[in-house]
Write a new protein. Structure first.
Length: 256
């Protein structure tokens, strides 16, 4: 981490992967091709059984640090990665994600260089594949919206390193909403939105069951961090559950 305000910030990209042989090369290439030179790539593999490790071995020149060991899930992999970070800002990607284009980091750095206020600076993601193919997510939101649901696309969010010094590491009891729970810990969270696509996110793994599970974990995160009264939390949770079911019902009838 740099303490020199005039020195370009180092951006750390963290990737957690398990059996990601079909996509991890695209992810690595998207980081390697970035025109911004002050970057590092850290990959945590959870002891994959496919060809992932072989791919990582072939790309050692592009990876700052990687290891392949059994872990306790994504949150644990991210926490292990943080031990190896030397950057000023941190971006988390999935193994089936890739940066939108070669200028993402350089464009973001124009803002990150001068930012001394925000904990998180984020942009947009676009899904590729699956039931949400082509969907663009991300926009300007106030703090009250974050209390109700996750409105910051995690794979398009650059986290200031000192933010982790303040709030700690990811809670491993969460399997899906650990990123959301982390943000809720800081009551005065400062965020900034940039209208720029950051990440192309794999959509093949998206399912209705996953969405419902994310609702439940988001509720758990809200209750843990006491973002509102319990009654309000339960009301908003019920609202988003019903809205999701209505969308499923509408789509079903639209296809008949």
């Amino acid at each position: 981490m740099s303490n020199d305000a005039n020195k370009p910030p180092v951006i750390s990209v963290i990737v957690a992967v398990f059996n990601g042989a079909s996509t991890i090369q695209h992810c690595i290439d998207s980081v390697a091709r970035q025109t911004y030179p002050h970057k590092e790539l850290i990959i945590m593999d959870g002891a994959s059984k496919d060809a992932t490790v072989s791919i990582l071995e072939k790309n050692t020149s592009q990876i700052t640090y990687w290891e392949s060991r059994e872990d306790r899930g994504i949150a644990h992999a991210w926490n292990k990665s943080l031990e190896h970070v030397t950057g000023d800002w941190i971006l988390f990607l999935g193994a089936d994600d890739r940066l939108q284009d070669d200028s993402v980091l350089s464009d973001m750095t124009d803002v990150l260089c001068s930012d001394v206020v925000n904990d998180v600076v984020y942009g947009k993601i676009i899904f590729e594949g699956g039931p949400v193919n082509g969907l663009v997510v991300g926009g300007a939101n106030d703090s009250s919206a974050l209390k109700r649901r996750m409105v910051i696309p995690h794979t398009a969010a650059f986290h200031r390193w000192t933010f982790f010094d303040e709030v700690g590491i990811f809670d491993e009891t969460f399997r899906i909403a650990m990123d959301y729970e982390l943000l809720l810990r800081k009551k005065s969270l400062a965020v900034k939105f940039l209208d720029r696509r950051i990440t192309v996110m794999g959509g093949e793994g998206m399912s209705s069951r996953l969405v419902v599970s994310s609702f439940l974990e988001s509720r758990k995160a809200q209750l843990k961090n006491k973002v509102d009264g319990r009654l309000n939390i339960e009301i908003w949770h019920a609202f988003y559950q019903l809205r999701h079911r209505f969308k499923l019902w509408s789509n079903k009838w639209a296809c008949t």
